[in-house]
Design a protein around this ligand. Structure first.
Ligand SMILES: [Zn+2]
Length: 428
């Protein structure tokens, strides 16, 4: 009897070791990736290189194999960065970066004080055209974007990336309740003016002059890299299941402003490594590859590079799961491509119903919103999973490890493992 209970105990322990190392390891991994030392895994201070070096060493320690004797798959991108001074004063009042304003990454460096010309939806099209024609050399343009009509909408939006007014800086007044979201999309460009978004609550009135000091540095050929490892299947080594998660984030906006990207996407990267550990301890019949992609935020560049230079034939991929923002889950998760690969989606839902893992599994159609997409375009069957509810920090300085709820982490992990197990049975 005693032996029996002991056996049960060992079995249960075995189960929990099988699955529950995860959340501590995941938190630790997220903590490391989102720490200031990783510089937001962007291009200021080579944050991306530091993060990818860490990931390769983790993959090695976990026991993954590499293709072509290296976990790294290098490639270059063109990128503008804001590595140094960053300040904005409106009529002498210093505004707080990230909270009060963000500087679009393709912005030119700028230093000086500029008189402000203000336009809004109330400004007549005639006057706007006149200003464009005359040009605003030596001046800053403040565009009130809180309201616009059909006629001004296009002009106002284009002014973010095109110097329609030949001004030194274009500032866009917006009304946003949540913290402003930054991004590095479009950072392959280098504008000849500064382009800045200002939250209206930061200004008491329209300022007469703006003082700017923004340093920027453009890299035509910046070297970054994907990190790729795999486990060889015991029965079908040429058949692959693939997990992808982008490890890059936005980096730094100016010397002192860090975008940690704990949820986006240190969390998915942590789950990727966690899954690697699981499969090392539970060798699957099929091969499993783990691709930590670079430069997702700059336009899915790591995934795009990978599909043009695959390390094994893309047609050997049975299914791919992309993990991007997986540390919440109060409201379950979303399956991008759920409406495309309906059989696999049904399989996923039925596993979830049986195991009672997540409160809801929602589905949507195709979307070019993360790294599964370049694979999808090449004909690789794939899902992109992100968790829902419980957290609203997105592309801002508050996306930190401490506040991550990790509500569904363990259950989602189990669901993913069971799902792949089921798919492998279906495809054997
Ligand atoms: Zn992301």
């Amino acid at each position: 009897m005693r032996t029996f209970f002991l056996l049960i105990f060992i079995l249960l322990q075995g189960c929990s070791i099988l699955f529950s190392q995860d959340i501590d390891y995941a938190r630790k991994t997220i903590n490391i990736l989102a720490a200031p030392e990783m510089h937001g895994r962007g291009y200021v201070n080579k944050g991306d290189s530091l993060a990818s070096a860490f990931l390769a060493s983790e993959m090695q320690q976990i026991g993954l194999k590499s293709f072509k004797n290296s976990f790294f798959q290098p490639f270059n991108l063109s990128v503008n960065t804001l590595p140094g001074n960053l300040s904005l004063k409106a009529d002498g009042k210093t505004l707080s970066p990230c909270d009060d304003y963000i500087v679009y990454t393709p912005s030119a460096a700028i230093k000086g004080t500029y008189p402000v010309v203000h336009i809004s939806a109330k400004t007549s099209l005639k006057k706007i055209n006149k200003l464009m024609k005359k040009g605003l050399t030596g001046k800053a343009l403040l565009i009130d974007q809180r309201k616009h009509d059909e006629k001004t909408k296009e002009i106002f939006e284009n002014a973010r990336f095109y110097n329609l007014f030949k001004s030194e800086a274009n500032l866009f007044l917006v009304n946003k309740k949540n913290p402003l979201s930054w991004g590095v999309y479009g950072s392959h460009l280098l504008l000849d003016f500064a382009s800045i978004e200002i939250r209206d609550s930061a200004l008491k009135k329209i300022p007469k002059k703006i003082e700017l000091d923004i340093e920027s540095r453009y890299f035509k050929q910046y070297a970054t890299r994907n990190v790729v490892g795999y486990i060889e299947g015991s029965q079908y080594p040429d058949s692959f299941f693939v997990f992808t998660a982008h490890y890059d984030h936005l980096g730094r906006m100016g010397r002192d402003n860090l975008f940690p990207g704990a949820h986006d996407n240190a969390s998915g990267t942590a789950m990727l490594l966690d899954l690697a550990t699981y499969y090392i301890n539970n060798r699957p019949p099929y091969s499993v590859a783990f691709i930590a992609t670079a430069a997702e935020e700059a336009g899915l560049l790591g995934a795009r590079h990978y599909v043009e230079n695959p390390l094994f034939p893309l047609s050997n991929i049975k299914f791919l799961i992309n993990l991007d923002m997986v540390s919440t889950g109060e409201e379950g998760m979303m399956v991008v491509n759920g409406e495309v690969f309906t059989k696999q989606y049904e399989t996923l839902c039925s596993i979830n119903t049986t195991g009672n893992y997540l409160p809801a599994i929602k589905s949507r159609g195709e979307a070019a919103n993360s790294d599964h997409y370049p694979f999808y375009v090449k004909g690789v069957p794939c899902f992109y999973f992100y968790t829902l509810g419980g957290y609203s920090q997105y592309h801002n300085i508050y996306d930190i490890e401490k506040t991550l709820p990790m509500t569904a982490y363990n259950n989602m992990f189990r669901l993913v493992v069971r799902f792949v197990e089921q798919l492998s049975k279906n495809t054997d």
